[in-house]
Structure formats: C-alpha cells, structure tokens
Design a protein around this ligand. Structure first.
Ligand SMILES: Nc1ncnc2c1ncn2[C@@H]1O[C@H](COP(=O)(O)OP(=O)(O)OP(=O)(O)O)[C@@H](O)[C@H]1O
Ligand SMILES: Nc1ncnc2c1ncn2[C@@H]1O[C@H](COP(=O)(O)OP(=O)(O)OP(=O)(O)O)[C@@H](O)[C@H]1O
Ligand SMILES: [Mg+2]
Ligand SMILES: [Mg+2]
Lengths: 252, 252
C-alpha cells in the first residue's frame, strides 16, 4: 500500500515545508520511491527540492483541476528516487475555483489515482490554512503528519487541526488518521521543554520519538535548492530527518 | 489622522502577531490610544494581549459582517490605552461568506468608520494568506507593515506581498502604502546577515532601522497573555519593540 501523507498545520512557520522536503529526501536516499507534491501557492517545497518552479510547464494547478493528466506534471528532481509536482502562485486560482464546487474536497484524490501505484510514499506539503487546498490534502491522504513548533501559539492551534482531521474522517475520507505529531525547532529552553512535555502527555504514542532541533543548516539548505541530507549531511538537522525517515518506516 | 496599519505577510510564522501585539502595547505604554484588531481566525493576537477570546461576547466576525456595530466588539485589555477586537475560529466562516460577495474587500473599511476618530493608531493582525481577510485589512489601512523573517523562504514571498499591495492600491484603496518592512528573528548567522543586506539593498528607506532579534522572551510572553514590555521589560525583545514604537512615530 502506498503511504500518502499530508503534512499539515494551519499555524504558519512551524516547519511543514522543511519536514515535507527533508523527510521525502531522506526516504529517497534510502532507495524508496517518493513523490513530493507542493500544494502551497508559495511554492517553497518546489524550490527547496531544487526545482525552478517558474520553468516547469505543468504544475499541480493544472493537474488538480483535471486540465492535464497528473503524469504530465511530475518532474524529476536532482535527487534519485525523488519526484516532484511543483506549484506556483497560480494555485491561488484553484482555491477560488474549487471553493464554488460541490465535491471540491476530492479533486486531489481523483487526480492522484493513476500514479499512486508508482510510488511507495507520496508526501503533500500544505499551506498555512484549513482552506480547500489543505482539505484536498487531508481527503487524499491516509495519514496526517502535523509538525508542531515547540512554542506557545503552535500548541494552541493543534486542537483545531485535530478537530478538522476528525471532521474529514467522518464525512470525507474514512482512511485518514493521525500519522504523527512531529516536534520541530526544539531549543534547550524552558518553553520548548514545557511544550514537549505537554504534547507527549496529551498525545502519547501519536508523537514521534524523533524531535527536530533548531539547526541553521535547515534554514540555509533551501536557499541552495538542496534538502539538508545533501546540503549538510553531518548536521544535526540532517541527522534528525534521517532518524525520522527510519522511524516512519516502522509505522507503515 | 488616525494611522491604520495592516500587519501582513502571507508567509507563515514570520512574526506578524508578535509585531502587531508588541508594537500596539509599546505605543499604548507611551500614552497613545491604540486599537488592536485580530483578523486571524487563529486568535493569537487576542490571547497574546491578555484577552480570553472564548469569553468575549462579540468578536470581529459579527462586526465585519455588520451583524453588530463595531463598538460592541471592542474590549479593554489589561493594558492602559490598549483596546482589542478579538477573533475566534468563527472568522473562518466570514472568509467563506465574504468570498461570494461583490464588495467583499470593503467590509472592514465600512465597519471601522464610526470608531476611527477614537484612536490614534489602529493595528490589524492578518492571517498567513492573501485571501479575503487580508484583503480587507489592506483595503481598510493607510499603511502596510510587512514583518520579514531573516530567512530564505520569507524573502521569496516578499515580492508576492508587494505585488498584492500595488494591486490593492490601484483598484481598491488609493491610500494604502508600504509603511515599512520589519526584519524579525535576526540571529548572528551568515543567512540572517545576507537577508538583511539583500532587503536593505532592495527596499532602502522602506526598511525600518529597527531590527527585531530572536529573543526567547518574545516566544514566552504570549503564554502568559502579556506583551513583552510587560512580561520582560528589560529583555532585548522589549527593547527592540520599544525602539520600533519610537521609530514608527517619526514616520507618521
Ligand atoms: N528545525 C529548524 N531549525 C531551523 N530553522 C528551521 C527549522 N525548521 C524550519 N526552519 C526554518 O524556519 C522557517 C519556517 O519553516 P517552514 O517554512 O518549513 O515552515 P512552514 O510551516 O512550511 O511555513 P508556512 O506556514 O509559511 O508554509 C523557514 O525559514 C525554515 O527554513
Ligand atoms: N523575535 C522573536 N524571537 C523569538 N521568537 C519569536 C520572535 N518573533 C516571534 N517569535 C515566535 O515565533 C513564532 C511565530 O511568530 P508569530 O506567531 O508572531 O508569527 P505569525 O507571522 O503571526 O504566524 P502566522 O503566520 O501563523 O500568523 C511564535 O511562536 C512567536 O512566539
Ligand atoms: Mg510551508
Ligand atoms: Mg499570527
């Protein structure tokens, strides 16, 4: 069975893109075939995976609305076993167009069907909202990975996200489950430790053992269009995402 | 003339809420009457200003749609000269309802009219998107303050934001201008310094002299419902926002 993971959290800047790209790249480095889908009009995942989003002829926008078959939107990245469907700001148009349609939540599910068997893992990067694009990611996936920054506002927003996942499970996609909560940008501060303790107490086994530390290599790598395991393989950021890749394989 | 400032940037987690709340609180501490409006369904600004958003009878949602006069939604905060209009996740409903209406961008402008003369500054915290809520903030304001995290993805998104401001200025609100770009979460890394140099080279006088450092007090303060100048008045975070408050007064 192909694992289809929506990386989602409506709170901004918690490490969704960083997690989607680096987890995908670390799985690919282990020889696993991975498709990374950029479902955020900001197009950050496309850039961080080393693809020039402005030169890609077909993006997720056209595939989502059924204008072209999804195969036409898949591009190779410079990294073996890692394929990408890029996004650009045109995707903002899809948000408006889809909002008016009855079955607006199912467009990604329908578009993805023909290519699912070609990949072991499909990882979808979502925008910072619970709008129709994120809804499409939650409906198409069989698991949600929720990055959670070790800070106060992020903790506040988690219950909102979990509430949305339950609603999606009840009315749109019976297969969707919490794949895991990932603690990100951990620093050795009282605040970080309090958040970690709180989250582990509430969500117990739903929280990954792996915790991603704050590490400057993770912030630098995207400006070179490289995942961290290629940019700085010996950094604590790369080690953490390699550990996460190993841990997710135990949860298949 | 009342200064109406939209704090906006579609990139998530760049310090919009932190800037809106702390700038508002530092201006209020100087004896200036300030209204802080939380236009983000996450309701982070409401919490950080010390207001329990769940116990507020009327929020920005009802005022925006004209269900109640905006005066009914204004609540006192624990801080002198600082008033708030809170938000809750109901505001997600407004995004959907407004999207279908012709003059959807003008709801905040219309709702705000009666109370503008009562305040010297009105500061609006926006969500991480360029959707209808942010559009309302840009249309109602006479200046946009764009927080910019000193990191790669944030830099990428700035041109998108500036493009949107120009479009709003041309078609919706001739008064709106770039009030300033604020560099946030500055750390002494090569990446931070590169971003600062890039931004100052491109945007010159549109960039505030004040740079906000990464400082743990800024991350801790919201969990106590206190702006940083009350939570930790001697911290570098408080000093930076006090300096910003002084600097914005020179740009009136
Ligand atoms: N563990 C980390 N250590 C240091 N920096 C990090 C880490 N994770 C992410 N970052 C940086 O923090 C910023 C926010 O991360 P990222 O863009 O991945 O979050 P996001 O949730 O995708 O944001 P958005 O809500 O805008 O989509 C980026 O500049 C990124 O490079
Ligand atoms: N200068 C700073 N130093 C340290 N932490 C900061 C600083 N500014 C903001 N933070 C913390 O970083 C996180 C992101 O900031 P904030 O929530 O203000 O960003 P935002 O742009 O409002 O996010 P969103 O896009 O979700 O609305 C918060 O946990 C906040 O407490
Ligand atoms: Mg992202
Ligand atoms: Mg915010």
């Amino acid at each position: 069975m192909t694992r289809i993971i929506a990386v989602a959290n409506q709170k901004g800047g918690v490490g969704k893109t960083t997690t989607a790209v680096n987890l995908a790249a670390c799985l690919a480095e282990m020889g696993i075939s991975v498709l990374l889908i950029d479902l955020d009009p900001q197009g950050n995942a496309s850039q961080a995976a080393g693809v020039d989003k402005h030169s890609v002829p077909t993006t997720i926008y056209q595939a989502l609305l059924g204008h072209v078959p999804i195969q036409n939107a898949i591009v190779a990245t410079p990294y073996e076993n890692l394929s990408l469907i890029a996004s650009t700001k045109d995707l903002v148009g899809a948000e408006i167009e889809l909002s008016a349609l009855d079955n607006r939540a199912f467009y990604l599910t329908t578009a993805l069907k023909p290519v699912i068997p070609q990949y072991k893992w499909i990882i979808v990067d979502s925008p910072p909202s619970l709008g129709v694009l994120t809804l499409n990611a939650l409906t198409a996936s069989n698991g949600v990975l929720a990055p959670l920054q070790c800070e106060y506002f992020a903790l506040e927003g988690l219950s909102e996200l979990l509430h949305t996942i339950i609603t999606v499970k009840r009315s749109l996609n019976n297969n969707v489950n919490i794949f895991g909560v990932l603690l990100t940008m951990f620093q050795h501060t009282l605040l970080s430790r309090q958040v970690v303790d709180d989250v582990r107490a509430h969500f117990m086994n739903d929280v990954f053992q792996t915790v991603i530390p704050r590490n400057v290599s993770l912030a630098e790598a995207p400006s070179y269009g490289m995942p961290v395991n290629h940019y700085s393989p010996k950094s604590t950021g790369a080690a953490a995402y390699k550990a996460l890749a190993k841990e997710v394989l135990t949860r298949e």
